[in-house]
Design a binder for this molecule. Structure first.
Ligand SMILES: Nc1nc2c(ncn2[C@@H]2O[C@H](COP(=O)(O)OP(=O)(O)O)[C@@H](O)[C@H]2O)c(=O)[nH]1
Ligand SMILES: [Mg+2]
Length: 143
């Protein structure tokens, strides 16, 4: 199984994805530091919200096989700079989260567009809470 490192703004659903991937009870907990799981690496939102912390993300990504950029579809803005994926010398995928909360298909398309601009090679649309799309993500990681 590929090990994935999640990066994305605070509240985008990174920790919940880690809990889901590991069959843990979904419980909210603010991520204060880079956290190592068996199959995933969780990072605080600050890593992407502050440019000077990009380096922390890069260093942490060394132990991962794939980078997952996480974009909440209920948020209009994105912190990912254009072509951000190119800083990692590894495959970079996008994960659009909270799709069950999208008020329209447009919100999901906008999230996809943010991730495409960041240069991801593939996008998964998921709702961890409603169990939508997460199996496709797991299949990709198990490939
Ligand atoms: N409705 C909904 N809420 C979600 C989903 N994924 C995460 N959340 C909620 O969003 C909040 C932030 O999630 P968290 O995983 O801690 O985000 P992180 O800051 O990126 O680690 C929590 O209250 C989660 O329960 C989802 O797919 N749907
Ligand atoms: Mg977190």
């Amino acid at each position: 199984m590929k090990k994935i490192i999640f990066a994305g703004s605070t509240g985008s659903g990174k920790t919940t994805l880690c809990q889901w991937l590991h069959g843990e009870k979904i419980a909210y907990k603010k991520t204060q530091a880079v956290e190592n799981f068996d199959q995933a690496i969780d990072t605080p939102g600050e890593c992407i919200e502050n440019r000077y912390l990009y380096k922390m993300l890069l260093v942490s990504s060394v132990d991962a096989d794939v980078i997952g950029l996480v974009q909440d579809c209920t948020k209009e803005d994105s912190y990912f700079p254009p072509a951000f994926a190119t800083v990692f010398a590894k495959p970079v995928i996008g994960v659009v989260t909270k799709v069950e909360l999208a008020k329209s298909q447009e919100e999901i398309e906008q999230a996809r567009a943010h991730l495409a601009a960041a240069g991801v090679e593939q996008v998964f649309e998921v709702s961890t809470i409603e169990n939508v799309g997460v199996d496709a993500l797991r299949d990709y990681l198990e490939e």
